[in-house]
Design a protein around this ligand. Structure first.
Ligand SMILES: Nc1ncnc2c1ncn2[C@@H]1O[C@H](COP(=O)(O)OP(=O)(O)OP(=O)(O)O)[C@@H](O)[C@H]1O
Ligand SMILES: [Mg+2]
Length: 173
């Protein structure tokens, strides 16, 4: 998370929780609720197919294949988007709380910028359905998803390597 003003970074904070932790939360949830063991790739597919951070107009379902932890045999379970939202709840709360924390630390002089310009979400996980809506509800700020969020990190890294003026944006430690 970074608070940016006048083209410079005012504050940064790193919470090592993002897309991968969402996948892990889905694995844990299905293990606990259904005694079903699934792989990381399946968890990611579920997240992308029916994952959400905010109630959907039409809730979604998906069939999940995994291994029954009691019988040790393959089993199919049908799960819905409300369950996956429950699975993601803790991970998403951690993200929301970290955003609120950095906003609390932001100098009040920047409040009008924040209200006017809002929050931009980057990273592939920003594409989770309703994440923008959840963060907007919890921060009372306008929130939008960056253009092509999945590649924003690599594109940003490339820019920093090409032009050192981007590197100078970071406050010296
Ligand atoms: N449509 C989608 N919905 C939810 N997550 C997605 C979607 N598409 C890709 N992802 C997730 O994006 C992640 C990869 O992107 P990336 O690592 O840039 O972002 P991130 O994990 O959200 O943030 P960070 O940059 O902090 O790692 C993977 O976890 C992938 O599953
Ligand atoms: Mg990631």
């Amino acid at each position: 998370m970074a608070v940016i003003s006048l083209g410079g970074i005012v504050l940064t904070k790193s919470l090592r929780v993002a897309g991968n932790e969402m996948d892990e939360a889905i694995i844990d949830y299905l293990k606990k609720k259904y005694n079903l063991l699934i792989g990381e790739r399946t968890a990611e597919e579920i997240k992308i197919e029916i994952g959400s951070a905010y109630p959907l107009e039409e809730e979604l379902t998906v069939e999940v294949n995994g291994r029954d932890l009691v019988e040790g045999l393959p089993r199919m379970v049908r799960i819905n988007s409300e369950e996956i939202r429950e699975a993601l709840h803790e991970t998403l709360s951690a993200i929301v709380n970290a955003v609120r924390d950095i906003l609390e630390e932001t100098p009040p002089e920047l409040s009008s910028d924040l209200i006017e310009r809002g929050v931009v979400l980057a990273g592939g996980g920003a594409q989770l359905r309703g994440l923008d809506k959840l963060i907007s509800q919890e921060t009372k700020l306008p929130v939008r998803v960056a253009e092509d969020p999945l590649t924003s990190v690599v594109r940003g890294t490339g820019k920093m390597l090409e032009e050192d003026r981007y590197l100078r944006l970071f406050p010296k430690e």
